[in-house]
Design a protein. Structure first.
Length: 222
């Protein structure tokens, strides 16, 4: 509906604004939404890989709570659940990186593999260090936040303390590593995608340049 001067009424103007906003969010940024969804799928699969490796190592290795490496000069020890957790992290970290590189961000072949992996590994290692401290607090019976040995008595898979401790550790650390990877590790990846999108947009909007007769003669020699 238009006014007598031919301008849109308030209702139509509001509807047009909403339509433009919807197009801006859903259409122009659909690539970013797809990227975020893929990143989430990769992260969820990484949790499964991490927990799967932890379960396999715990079932097939030494008692998780036994001392593995004594810390010389102290009364403390690196226990097997620390070792298992680090190994599970390394496998899951590599899994996440490769999927993000080849599928989520699609940057495989554009930048050297090691150049992208080192910062990703560094961020993950920082998160793992924080996680190991939390894992120790959850497992050590003298800790104020240790998991109950009565409820989690290791009698079944779902009542195994080390599995719950590992899962809680992942849940706490993941937001930290996600944020750091988002603002640092994959900065180059986002820059590549942004440059590609801008180049495609310019190619669609740029008018075709008219060739000069000399260029025509050079292009189509008789």
């Amino acid at each position: 509906m238009r006014s007598e001067q031919g301008t849109p009424t308030g209702g139509n103007a509001g509807g047009g604004t909403l339509a433009r906003l919807r197009r801006l969010i859903l259409v122009r940024h659909r690539h970013n939404w797809r990227l975020l969804l893929r990143f989430g799928v990769v992260g969820a699969s990484g949790v499964l890989v991490n927990m799967g490796i932890m379960v396999l190592l715990t079932l097939g290795g030494p008692d998780a709570e036994q001392a593995a490496i004594p810390l010389v000069g102290t009364q403390f020890n690196v226990r097997w659940y620390h070792v298992f957790s680090v190994l599970a992290f390394l496998v899951a970290n590599l899994w996440n990186f490769q999927l993000n590189r080849s599928w989520a961000f699609g940057t495989a072949g554009r930048t050297p593999w090691w150049r992208e992996y080192w910062p990703f590994l560094a961020v993950g290692a920082l998160g793992q260090a924080i996680g190991l401290a939390l894992l120790t607090l959850l497992m050590h019976t003298d800790s104020p936040i240790h998991l109950s040995t009565t409820l989690l008595d290791d009698s079944t898979l779902l009542r195994t303390r080390v599995y719950w401790a590992q899962f809680i550790m992942i849940a706490v650390v993941t937001p930290v590593t996600f944020t750091l990877n988002k603002v640092w590790t994959f900065h180059a990846m986002r820059a590549v995608h942004r440059a590609e999108n801008e180049a495609r947009a310019e190619a669609r909007t740029a008018p075709e340049r008219v060739r000069t007769p000399r260029e025509d003669a050079q292009r189509d020699p008789k």
